[in-house]
Design a protein around this ligand. Structure first.
Ligand SMILES: *[C@@H]1O[C@H](CO)[C@@H](O)[C@H](O)[C@H]1NC(C)=O
Ligand SMILES: *[C@@H]1O[C@H](CO)[C@@H](O)[C@H](O)[C@H]1NC(C)=O
Length: 188
């Protein structure tokens, strides 16, 4: 009997351990997303993770961040004529991860890399400052979570968008920060 309890205890422990890396998610329903005009799927696990910033105002509460995300989707769908908000996920200054196109879907974030990557965009402008520690942790947890879910390859390569295309994104300060993260690569 004791043995069985011990086994159950360890199974729960291992399950809790694995679950811990996934951050708090806000779904498309939570932030009241509009439907995409088209959806394109990609093969997963993907080999590349790309860090972006939105280069728009930051936020520190769910209400504020959800509004920012809605505004970004509007800009991308209406002004830029993209099928949906361009990124796979966004990270708010509230420490939440916002589902954009989400896992195994093709975004519109980094020309030439969209169909084999997950793009994570920090809400705000990070040329001169870093995201808050909760946001940085949420992004790291999201990547780890993606590896555990089988959405991102274990041996993924991490890049700042400016390494791949002509852009300032993810901002100079944040771009320096991610060079210290696991699996960052100096060249594509
Ligand atoms: C938002 O940006 C302002 C101005 O740069 C900064 O003072 C504040 O700490 C930022 N808030 C978050 C949550 O990043
Ligand atoms: C991604 O798209 C490019 C250009 O259309 C294509 O050549 C490539 O095979 C695609 N890669 C994958 C993994 O689908």
């Amino acid at each position: 009997m004791v043995k069985i309890y011990l086994v159950i205890f360890f199974v729960i422990l291992v399950a809790a351990e694995e679950e811990r890396s996934c951050p708090n998610f806000k779904t498309r329903n939570n932030w009241e997303a509009k439907d995409p005009t088209t959806v394109e799927y990609q093969t997963f696990p993907v080999p590349i993770v790309i860090i972006h910033h939105t280069a728009s105002p930051n936020c520190s509460t769910f209400r504020e961040c959800a509004t920012r995300v809605k505004n970004i989707q509007h800009y991308h769908q209406v002004t830029k004529k993209y099928p949906d908000i361009s990124y796979n996920f966004l990270v708010g200054g509230d420490g939440n991860v916002y589902e954009a196109v989400g896992w195994h879907k093709v975004g519109t974030h980094t020309v030439g890399y969209n169909n084999r990557s997950i793009a994570i965009a920090f809400i705000g402008n990070f040329n001169d400052e870093l995201p808050v520690p909760e946001a940085l942790q949420a992004a790291k947890d999201l990547i780890q979570c993606g590896v555990e879910l089988g959405e991102i390859k274990k041996a993924y390569k991490l890049f700042g968008a400016r390494q791949l295309v002509k852009t300032q994104s993810p901002g100079l300060t944040l771009n320096a920060e991610i060079q210290e993260w696991d699996n960052w690569n100096p060249r594509p």
